[in-house]
Design a protein around this ligand. Structure first.
Ligand code: NBG
Length: 855
């Protein structure tokens, strides 16, 4: 806590004599407008080239303060964004008015991450402005594509979990479902990755540096968030015991609203991201005493809360700041919903009729005790009443199976930061364990296993248990994952409450990841079956008959070639990488993690190379192949960084060795992000989804590839299982152990050394790495990786190696028959309509949220 932090009252208001820096928004109409224009609906500029140009020039002149002739590209980009905003604005205001009027039940999506990707393209598409903008800008001598590439994407997430949140809010807007996305406006998003001598170096992501035209700050709607202090018991006028939290310090949460436009449907939902500020931006007393540095320190302390996204996605970082972030954004969000979205006299007993908060993993779970606190301490609810409401207001999605990724907060830390919440969590646990003991009398071992509190290694709160106890529904993100969640991660809970557990298989938005990312394929599809698939993806089924239509296959292949060409151009300018023509484009893009097994892909490449070096195979007999990697490693994850280094060193050696020139290449463009994904995925022939079975909760990249006409080589893991079932065995390359086989091997003791000894290709590939062939003769450089693979690898790479190599041989055989390959690719597209996030949203609505689309 900063020394000069401000004491606050428990109700979250600033004491009157310390004038707040912000004031709450007045409720209700600001006054009675008399001017007729103020009464008329908000107008968009005309939907025409002229209307667009006028609005654009207006933005340039009045917002950017420049003339076209003297404008920079950034000016033009900002003016274009401003223009598109003008078109969306009327719809946004109208959506908000209608939603309030209808008192519709809203989805409050609570997520610490939103990996949004660039906004401009999506906004243009959603408001049907692409052509108009292109023509209008052309008349001003401006190229739309240049302005598009000026945008720095908001990378406010690490990987799949954050991107899923972005897909879900897109779908809800498109389906006309009221939703507020709540999250954090990180000043620095996911780091920018560069490579120096093949090693990952992280640069800060200064995504706000050139201005952020998509956000609307509302400092006047700031919310105060309290931390620290202690609790006091008092007796109220009715003689009931009450608890008051007397916090020690506070910060302000400033909301920044983002538009989430539905696709061509007139709806624009809000995404509300919170930014932390010092309660008093400038502490006058300290300043007057001459301690300017101390005043600024207090400010920095507060602003740190929303400063950076934690660059982790599957291991918790027991960092106090992270817990501060979590509480910060949910406290802001609950207060915002209750104070600003509900009527003033709203009876909070009915809160579940108006909101369902979806907990995106455990990061927002502290919202549970926060709602209990609000209801009991601020609104006078009794425990049972408060619990009844709280329970019905939350649902929880788990996104992992890795035990180390399940968050546990030490009670010391939590008690210091949020003393009242810790008391409430203890209370929840007490009530919960009473229920367990009633259902399973005498089973103390079970009670211990289920307790929200763990005693080992230190006393801590198991956030997944808290979430499961609180939520109306708990879901995994693919069928296999949901089953393992029930059977292996939370079996005692599913025995107690079987009906609470459900599955919702993930999905991806077809707007961004097919229509926008792959315009050529989209045209081919639309020419064949009409444009309805964009919002009704199951209609892709109608493409099945086209898998035998020669003209269609040609058009389909042309689209793929066009995408490859586009990627080639991009990588040449972006990274100085040359993609050879005519190669099988074999793509593995995702976070770098041992369980995802980038090393398996790399060993395959090393093995191919070794066979040529040793003369076992003639280079001319290799299927020409370029393997593309894209991956960031969490900065503190040593092994992941070593693997990146190894990939880059192998790439350097192979790419410069004439003996495999034109046959084998590795491309590893740095800084894989949504923007790059949109170019890479449509170009891919082969999608690598090769995690150890039972480790990848779902995967969503796998869906994007299949929908863009790549064939998958994959294990029976996550959503791969469902993809394979839908596309058919003959259109999917399955390899490796199944989850039960993995479990069995684990139970018997996995001994990678045996595989190394028995399998000559494995031995040759590993030995080649150990020989220093990729490290200028330095034999020890990659010991960390090879020792792990051959001695104690939790993710059993060597056990699946031979099966993977066999699958690759089948892939090459099929690829040699381009017609057969293309037919399979078409069938992948045709049969993957299920993986639209619109379908995921329908599942959530039907089984979990019980909300309604608005008419
Ligand atoms: C990730 C899983 C993926 C899954 C996404 C979205 C986390 C903690 N989990 O398999 O690893 O597709 O969540 O559900 O980021």
């Amino acid at each position: 806590m900063p020394d000069n932090a401000q004491q606050t009252t428990s109700s979250g208001t600033t004491p009157a004599d310390e004038s707040p820096t912000t004031a709450h928004r007045e409720k209700g109409p600001a006054g009675t407008p008399t001017h007729p224009l103020a009464l008329a609906p908000v107008k968009s500029p005309p939907h025409s080239v002229d209307g667009f140009v006028a609005a654009f020039l207006g933005e340039l002149n009045t917002t950017q303060g420049v003339q076209l002739s003297h404008s920079s590209i950034n000016d033009q980009y900002l003016a274009l964004a401003g223009t598109v905003r003008q078109y969306l604005m009327a719809r946004w205001l109208e959506t908000s008015r209608k939603t309030h009027e209808a008192k519709a039940k809203t989805v409050g999506y609570l997520s610490a991450e939103y990996l949004l990707g660039r906004q401009l393209g999506n906004a243009l598409m959603a408001s049907d402005l692409n052509e108009i903008a292109e023509k209008g800008l052309e008349q001003c001598g401006i190229d739309l594509a240049t302005l598009r590439s000026q945008e720095v994407e908001p990378g406010l997430g690490n990987g799949g979990l954050g991107r899923l949140a972005a897909c879900f809010i897109d779908s809800l807007a498109t389906m006309n479902v009221p939703c507020i996305g709540y999250g954090i406006r990180y000043e620095y998003g996911i780091f920018r990755q560069t490579f120096v001598d093949g090693r990952q170096v992280e640069q800060p992501d200064t995504w706000l540096a050139l201005g952020s035209p998509w956000e609307f700050p509302h400092p006047e709607e700031s919310v105060q968030v309290n931390f620290g202090g202690h609790t006091e018991r008092t007796v109220d006028e009715d003689g009931r015991e009450r608890t008051t939290w007397v916090p020690a310090w506070n910060v302000l949460g400033v909301p920044y609203n983002y538009m989430v436009p539905g696709y061509l449907n007139g709806r624009v939902n809000p995404l509300r991201l919170w930014s932390a500020q010092a309660t008093k931006a400038f502490d006058l007393s300290i300043f007057n005493a001459g301690d300017y540095a101390e005043a600024v320190r207090a400010q920095t302390f507060a602003e740190n809360i929303s400063k950076v996204l934690y660059p982790e996605d599957s291991t918790p970082q027991g960092k106090e700041l992270r817990l501060q972030q979590q509480y910060f954004f949910v406290a802001c969000s609950l207060r915002d919903f209750i104070d600003n979205e509900l009527e003033e006299d709203f009876d909070l007993h009915n809160l579940p009729d108006r909101i369902i908060f979806q907990l995106n993993d455990t990061h927002p779970v502290i919202a549970v005790p926060e709602l209990m606190r609000i209801l009991m301490d601020e609104r006078g609810f009794e425990w049972e009443e408060a619990w009844e409401v709280t329970h019905r207001c939350f649902a929880y999605t788990c996104h992992t199976l890795l035990p180390e990724a399940l968050e546990v907060w030490s009670t010391d830390l939590l008690g210091r930061l949020l003393p009242r919440h810790l008391e409430i969590i203890y209370g929840i646990n007490e009530h919960f364990l009473a229920e367990v003991r009633e259902t399973f009398p005498g089973d103390e071992l079970r009670a211990g296993r289920m307790s929200i509190i763990t005693e080992y290694p230190d006393r801590g709160i198991r956030m997944a248990h808290l979430a499961t106890v609180a939520a109306t529904k708990v879901n995994g993100v693919a069928e296999l994952h949901s089953q393992l969640l029930r059977d292996k991660v939370l079996p005692d809970f599913s025995a107690l409450w079987p009906e609470r557990f459900t599955n919702v298989t993930n999905g991806v938005t077809p707007r961004r990841f097919v229509k926008m990312a792959n315009p050529k394929l989209s045209d081919v599809i639309t020419d064949a079956i009409g444009s309805g698939w964009v919002t009704d993806l199951e209609r892709l089924k109608e493409l099945e008959t086209y898998a035998l239509d020669e003209d269609f296959l040609v058009a389909f292949r042309e689209a793929k070639d066009w995408n490859k060409h586009r990627l080639t151009t991009l990588l040449r300018t972006r990274d100085g990488i040359d993609l050879p023509d005519g190669h099988l484009l074999d793509v593995m893009v995702k976070r770098l993690h041992e369980y995802k097994r980038q090393t398996l892909k790399l060993l395959h490449v090393v093995s191919l190379y070794e066979q040529v070096l040793s003369g076992k195979v003639a280079a001319a007999d290799l299927t020409p192949r370029t393997v593309v990697f894209g991956a960031k490693a969490a900065p503190g994850y040593r092994m992941a960084k070593d693997i990146i280094h190894l990939i880059n060193r192998v790439a350097h050696t192979i790419n410069t060795d004439p003996c495999v020139e034109g046959r084998l290449k590795i491309a590893f463009p740095a800084n894989y992000n949504v923007t790059l994904a949109e170019k890479l995925i449509p170009a891919a022939d082969l999608s690598e989804q090769i995690s150890l079975a039972g480790m990848e909760a779902s995967g969503t990249g796998n869906m994007k590839f299949a929908l863009n006409g790549a064939l998958t080589v994959g294990t029976d893991d996550g959503a791969n299982v469902e993809i394979r079932r839908l596309v058919g065995d003959e259109n999917f390359f399955l390899f490796g152990m199944s989850e039960p086989q993995v479990a069995e091997l684990g139970a018997h003791g996995y001994n990678p050394g045996e595989y190394y000894q028995r399998n000559a290709s494995i031995r040759a590939a590993i030995d080649l790495i150990n020989s220093g062939a990729f490290s200028d003769g330095d034999r020890g450089m990659f010991d960390s990786v090879t020792v792990s693979l051959t001695h104690h690898d939790r993710f059993m790479v060597l056990a699946d190696f031979q099966s993977y190599v066999d699958a690759q041989a089948k892939i090459e055989e099929k690829y040699a028959d381009q017609d057969a390959w293309t037919r399979s690719a078409v069938l992948n597209v045709a049969r993957c309509g299920y993986f639209s996030s619109d379908r995921s949203m329908r599942d959530y609505i039907r089984n979990i949220w019980h909300t309604q689309p608005m008419l």
